[in-house]
Design a protein around this ligand. Structure first.
Ligand code: ADP
Length: 430
């Protein structure tokens, strides 16, 4: 989102999450954050901004976290964005702590849909935890933001065509569902000024149709009544997530081939008609995922403006995913940051970016040496994990810890056990 070339500045987002019960005015927080960043004259990088009680008592009292996003994609190589190159967009928000509400039907134990008020505590940090090689996340945000802007301004869709349907497809476990939820959460933060509230309704298409078709009709009606309640009030931004959208096609084919009761076709068609109608509402974004990458025979995803393929993570992404796992174990103290023995202290894992730029560096400084050593161990694990999904990667540290005797206590130990786990990956379901 570059601003007009006359200023030459790039826009980056600063997301300010307030503490749960704080009642402070958002504009006061906003100016305080702007003042703080201004004072610091930072070079901007994606990630959390730290502040202490000593230097920012007001923010410290009211603010839980400050996160910068959208800076990294604007720089190339090892470049950084300097303060005078950017325009900050500060978003102040408070999380909904309520958790999901679910709709259970009869004695069915699988809920047919869940709903959340956004931004939700449950999705806090999810966006940052998802790691992709290309600027996929930034593209999704920009796409959705443009689509919502066009709707809001009433752009004539006969003149410019666009819609608010997103389809993410690719192998299972690559983070598609999480990415949809995180996107909804993220947009609810960025669009706080324009919409009073935001909601996410997650429909599990599979559970909707895997049970008795006679019940499905009622479920679909109920589902869309609920969605309508949100949508009618134009000041709520509504995200409808349809997971495993291919099961709608499967259900329809089953109906055609006569292996399901004939009225099932009416249920699927009702759902599709409702979705088509929903798309016309300016405050609705439909997010869909599919595990099959072949063409999906459904009119409403055919016309999806964004169809993004989400594939297996690259080496960089695999390294960063594993690094985030190890850092979490370091944070809680299961794995120590200090390494016993010859290397001294300071076993912080390096980011992929700094690891690769310092690969050939030799140094006398023990601290750097240890960091390099641990990071290289982890890199070799990441290299072995080609073709693993993000979900499989996030299981490895757990399995490695469980299988180790004696128990691992250091990051190097853990990395070694992770290699063993990867060599014999029988437990790592893809
Ligand atoms: P899908 O919908 O594609 O089957 P999910 O959204 O259920 O995948 O992902 C399962 C979990 O795997 C996520 O919660 C996340 O922890 C992890 N994961 C998958 N891909 C990635 C990724 N690219 N970066 C970080 N974590 C990932």
């Amino acid at each position: 989102s570059r601003v007009p070339p006359s200023t030459g500045k790039v826009i980056i987002a600063v997301e300010v999450c307030l503490k749960p019960r704080t009642t402070v005015r958002h504009d006061e927080i906003k100016s305080a954050v702007e003042r703080m960043l201004d004072k610091r004259s930072l070079a901007y990088e994606d990630g959390p901004v730290s502040f202490s009680q000593g230097d920012e008592p007001f923010l410290f009292e009211h603010v839980e976290s400050i996160i910068i996003s959208g800076a990294d994609e604007q720089t190339t190589g090892n470049g950084v964005l300097l303060f005078w190159q950017v325009t900050l967009q500060v978003h102040v928000y408070q999380l909904n702590e309520g958790g999901p509400a679910e709709e259970l039907e009869g004695n069915d134990t699988i809920p047919s849909f869940h709903e959340w008020m956004l931004p939700a505590r449950e999705f806090h940090g999810l966006w940052e935890s998802l790691i992709y090689e290309s600027a996929l996340k930034q593209h999704l945000v920009r796409y959705a933001a443009t689509a919502l802007l066009f709707s809001e301004k009433g752009v004539n869709s006969h003149l410019i065509s666009w819609n608010r349907v997103v389809l993410l497809h690719g192998p299972p476990g690559t983070g598609k569902t999480s990415l949809c939820k995180a996107l909804a959460h993220q947009l609810s933060i960025r669009f706080r000024d324009r919409y009073k509230s935001a909601a996410l309704v997650e429909v599990n298409a599979h559970s909707l149709f895997s049970k008795w078709f006679s019940e499905s009709g009622k479920l679909v009606t109920k589902l869309f009544q609920r969605i309508e309640e949100f949508v009618e009030d134009g000041s709520t931004l509504v995200f409808v997530l349809i997971d495993e959208v291919e099961s709608l096609t499967a259900a329809r084919q089953a109906a055609f081939s006569g292996s399901e009761p004939s009225d099932s076709i009416r249920v699927v068609n009702a759902l599709l008609t409702q979705l088509d109608r929903l798309k016309l509402r300016p405050n609705v974004v439909v997010l869909t995922t599919s595990n099959i990458t072949a063409a999906i025979d459904l009119a409403f995803v055919d016309r999806a403006d964004i169809k993004a393929y989400v594939g297996f993570p690259s080496l960089r992404a695999r390294y960063e995913i594993l690094r985030s796992c190890v850092r979490e174990l370091q944070r809680v103290g299961i794995v120590s940051t200090k390494e016993p023995g010859a290397f001294g202290t300071g076993g912080e894992l390096l980011s992929y970016k700094s690891l690769s730029s310092r690969m050939s560096e030799s140094t006398e400084d023990g601290r750097i040496l240890l960091s390099m050593y641990i990071s290289k161990c982890l890199l070799s694990v990441a290299e072995m994990c080609e073709g693993f999904s993000g979900r499989a990667l996030r299981k490895i540290p757990f399995l490695a810890h469980a299988a180790s005797t004696p128990l691992v206590s250091s990051a190097v130990d853990l990395a070694a056990h992770m290699q063993d786990t990867v060599v014999d990956p029988s437990d790592i379901a893809q």
